[in-house]
Design a protein around this ligand. Sequence first.
Ligand code: ZN
Length: 455
Amino acid sequence: MAAPIPTPYRADRLWTAQGWVRDAGVQIDDGGHIAGLADNEGERLGRWVLPGMPNLHSHAFQRAMAGLAERRGKSDDSFWTWRETMYAFAATIGPEELQAVAAQLYVEMLKSGYTHVCEFHYLHHQPDGTPYAQPEAMSLALIEAAREAGIALTLLPVLYMSGGFDGRPLTPRQRRFGHDVPSYLRLLESLQARESGSVRVGIALHSLRAVPEEAMREVLAERSTAACPIHIHIAEQIGEVQDCLATRGARPVEWLLDHASVDARWTLVHATHLSTQETRQLARSGAVAGLCPTTEANLGDGLFPLADYLDAGGTLGIGSDSHISVSPVEELRWLEYGQRLSTRHRNIASRREGDSVGGVLWPAALRGGALASGLPIGQLRAGARADLIVLDDRAPLLAARDESSVIDSFLFAGNVPLVRDVMVGGEWVVRNFTHRDEDRIAARYRTVTERLARR
Ligand code: ZN
């Protein structure tokens, strides 16, 4: 039997690894991959067609508490007081709630232009720390939510062992996060057995404070972890830098670069507080800095040294982390705006005269996001999964824009949704601003969150 003929599409302008191509064709095979970028025939997709953005850092359950921690408490509010609110909220979430919240979140991600999400998942056990009858129940809820929404997923089960750099035990509220190394590896292997075209599995070490050195070594030496992406929270908070200096005699990023073979398989989430030397060494390592500007702003974390890092050739990607905002546009906008506000200069991410900020940040985040997700780099090319977004042809904002300006207008001025259609793995999941199953998923989300609010 002859192989099925790929479905042909055409685009007025298609973003490829070589930049914008005019009157481009894109053929998609029935396995959801791009078969080629040749003849421009078939259905017209639109004027501006871009690769979908990977979201490299997500804690899905936190979406349901977005906006619930914005009231001043008794003491100085900080990341650490926010974390108490988050822990209390996490205690109300079981597999059913997690699936409902995550599916709604993933619909919102798709509609904003994310087509892949890395889920940094540590809510493993029942709230009192007892494993579920099916130990991977919470992980499976996330896989199921991604399938329902139609977003591609890199699931990162998190190893979380101690409550601080001194190795203190987990607090009662942290117990549901905990594993020892053997039970963690069992979870990992059972999830790896479920990998598919749209579900990948990587590993996550929660942070240096939650994973003792010996456990880190053991996990990294395992064959089952040899090829997968490795994520870790690092240097998000000054307190964490001070504790690391006090107990390990080095700053967190400095310590990690000295004690692990950090390379392009690694994503260092936040990496906010870097010395000049750490910034250069991290850039040289090839690891991805996983930046989450709206969450970092919301939590008062601090500002990443963007200019120095880009000058040193560093790789970055973006994540929506706590989901106080769910939009690649807003992450990239605030990445740049934070720098402008602190330096009182403009156009910080573009390091060479003539470069535009969007023209630098969008492809940088695509590349870093792909690395962090364990995807091949360069998404709109033959052999890649067909994950793409089509911008709104009719948006007045984009009417008089060309290849040199459309991304900047999208990033800096796109305050009404500009993503009209979204395809993941060759399937349309959003068409004409509407997700294929959004009413059902939103209704279930409403029921579940109203129930949570009454608890
Ligand atoms: Zn995080």
